[in-house]
Design a protein around this ligand. Structure first.
Ligand code: GDP
Length: 206
């Protein structure tokens, strides 16, 4: 699969910095160290998201534009990288951040089309992820759960882990992904593009 044309647009530390609402947005959320930066970079085929050696270092919301052609002036969709949560040492700081701008982004952003919740395929369901999913349900947000680092498990073990996570999070299924092998990449792009097109068709004149 050809990598999409992607450009880093802006990095914001407060709601006043959010870019004006425009193309549909796909937000990535997950506990620190879940593999969010690696997954975004693997989706893009380039290193735009910062992979940090210190868990929980991304303290901003980063907007990445995806263009259908390099010459296109406006992005067709945005990927939005939200700060990681649930890292014990900085949990108080992260709680403050939620109140400050993650919560307003998830509740109020009109152009947010889908929240993509990343969980580790190798770790049982964690309370912070359950809380996030409850929050998204309450806010009536569409969400998709993706299990990262799927390359660490194989065959029946992977299937059992995915089924257990889906059951414990009360969702029909979990999409496995590996930034290391690229497994799940085409499928995740398919979901993103389908959601984007759905919205465009809804606004087309009859
Ligand atoms: P973030 O804090 O959520 O952005 O996580 P990172 O992308 O920085 O990754 C955290 C750690 O998990 C790093 O050591 C990565 O090398 C590792 N990692 C990320 N994705 C994968 C994957 O698909 N497979 C494996 N085996 N390790 C991964």
């Amino acid at each position: 699969m050809k990598p999409p044309v992607a450009k880093f647009l802006t990095s914001v530390a407060s709601p006043d910095g959010f870019p004006p609402e425009g193309p549909p947005e796909f937000a990535f959320l997950g506990r620190s160290n879940v593999g969010k930066s690696s997954l975004i970079n693997s989706l893009l085929g380039q290193k735009l998201a910062h992979v940090s050696s210190t868990p929980g270092r991304t303290r901003t919301i980063n907007f990445i534009g995806i263009y259908s052609k390099p010459t296109q002036p406006h992005p067709e969709l945005l990927l939005v990288d939200l700060p990681g949560y649930g890292y014990a040492k900085i949990s108080r700081e992260v709680a403050a951040e939620w109140a400050k701008f993650i919560d307003p982004y998830l509740k109020e952003r009109k152009t947010l089309r889908l929240a993509i919740v990343l969980i580790d395929a190798n770790v049982p369901a964690q309370p912070p992820d359950q809380q996030l999913i409850a929050f998204l349900r309450h806010a009536k947000r569409d969400f998709l759960v993706v299990a990262t680092k799927a390359d660490k498990l194989s065959g029946n073990k992977l299937r059992a882990a995915l089924a257990g996570l889906a059951r414990d999070h009360g969702i029909p299924s979990v999409l496995p992904y590996s930034a290391r092998t690229g497994a799940g990449r085409a499928e995740l792009w398919r979901v993103i593009r389908a959601r984007k097109d759905e919205v465009e068709q809804a606004f087309m004149p009859a």
